[in-house]
Design a protein around this ligand. Structure first.
Ligand SMILES: *Cc1c(COP(=O)(O)O)cnc(C)c1O
Ligand code: SF4
Length: 338
């Protein structure tokens, strides 16, 4: 089922660490096309190079069917000329997130929760990403604002939960994560620590024994929200690593984005939920795509999304049906669409 890892990059028999996988990630459409036996793209690649270049590590690429330009994982990572088009209502910051920044890198939008934009680095570049235009110099890491964020959280007793987001907070090494969590757990009013990360899906080797140890020993209740959109993302290695993670104290949830041509059919969505639950991971949210410039070709109408959720509910267990949600600027909670 898994296609061979491209041997022109390195010997597939050698096991790499997650950091090595990031280092050896594919970074150009030409290299990706060569690895997957696809026609070499002509002249498209330069246009997206500077702002949001292709970035895909081999464990993710190995789940793409070679020679299939419509592969649902390929479509998530390969820049296309559709991204150059502009469409009415698609803007660079549709959620007006910056208005909720209490300092660069910290968003306090929802009651009792603070979201920390820990860094701007991801282990994969998803073409539909709502943060593709985020000013990542305003992440805590690059602004050097960690201590300030800790002070603000400590002084606001209405906060019960801190959400580590990014970028992808798990691109940071375990030693640093452990230090950050030690700082957070000293704040008495905090009860929960949530981590929003795509890394366990993209590079499952990221689930290290040290990370599991950190989750098992913190005073805070850990919640990990991973991000997979299609059942093909969950191969046997992802399955066994997520199962390992699910044996820790952490609650594991998944969020997906509803994407045209990728997961906008009921069979795919049910298959995804079934695979997730085999991994001890519960479907949490199905997000309506945020109208970020360059992503309009992924748009699925809300009526279609509602119909898909209705069909899921008729065909499968209630706990396999995620909440269909949308972020709306100025709202103090996500809007439930289903
Ligand atoms: C979605 C979101 C949250 C958390 O929302 P939940 O509904 O609790 O999952 C927190 N902060 C921001 C900025 C968000 O976008
Ligand atoms: S991993 Fe998440 S934040 Fe990073 S590009 Fe993908 S969707 Fe965006």
């Amino acid at each position: 089922m898994i296609s061979p890892i491209p041997t022109d990059v390195f010997d597939p028999k050698i096991e790499l660490t997650w950091q090595q996988h990031i280092k050896h990630a594919i970074r150009t459409p030409e290299a990706l096309a060569r690895a997957l036996n696809l026609p070499i793209p002509q002249g498209q690649s330069n246009q997206t190079k500077s702002t949001f270049p292709l970035f895909a590590p081999l464990p993710f690429v190995s789940r793409i069917q070679p020679g299939n330009p419509q592969d649902p994982l390929l479509r998530q990572i390969l820049p296309t000329i559709d991204e150059q088009e502009s469409a009415a209502g698609y803007v660079s910051d549709p959620l007006k997130e910056q208005e909720y920044a209490t300092l660069p890198g910290m968003l306090h939008k929802y009651e009792s929760r603070a979201l920390l934009v820990v860094n701007g680095t991801c282990a994969v570049h998803c073409r539909y990403c709502f943060r593709r235009e985020f000013p990542y110099q305003e992440s805590l890491q690059s602004a050097g604002n960690w201590e300030l964020a800790i002070e603000q959280i400590a002084s606001d007793t209405s906060l019960q939960e801190v959400i580590l987001s990014g970028g992808d907070p798990l691109t940071i090494v375990d030693e640093t994560i452990a230090k950050r969590i030690q700082q957070l757990e000293k704040i008495k009013h905090l009860q929960r620590l949530r981590i929003h990360t795509r890394l366990p899906i993209v590079i499952p080797q990221r689930i290290t024994s040290q990370l599991i140890e950190i989750l098992n020993t913190t005073r805070l209740a850990p919640v990990i929200v991973v991000h997979a959109n299609h059942p093909n993302e969950i191969d046997p290695v992802v399955t066994s690593q997520l199962q390992l993670l699910s044996q820790s104290r952490a609650t594991i949830l998944n969020q997906s984005v509803l994407l045209r041509g990728i997961n906008d059919d009921v069979t795919t969505l049910i298959d995804l939920s079934q695979r997730l639950i085999q991994c001890g991971t519960a479907p949490y949210y199905l997000h309506q795509l945020d109208p970020v410039s360059g992503t309009q070709h992924f748009h699925v109408p809300i009526e279609r999304g509602r119909e898909l959720i209705r069909q899921m509910r008729n065909k499968t267990s209630g706990y396999l049906v995620p909440r269909y949600v949308q972020e709306q600027p100025g709202q103090g909670a996500k809007t439930i669409l289903d």
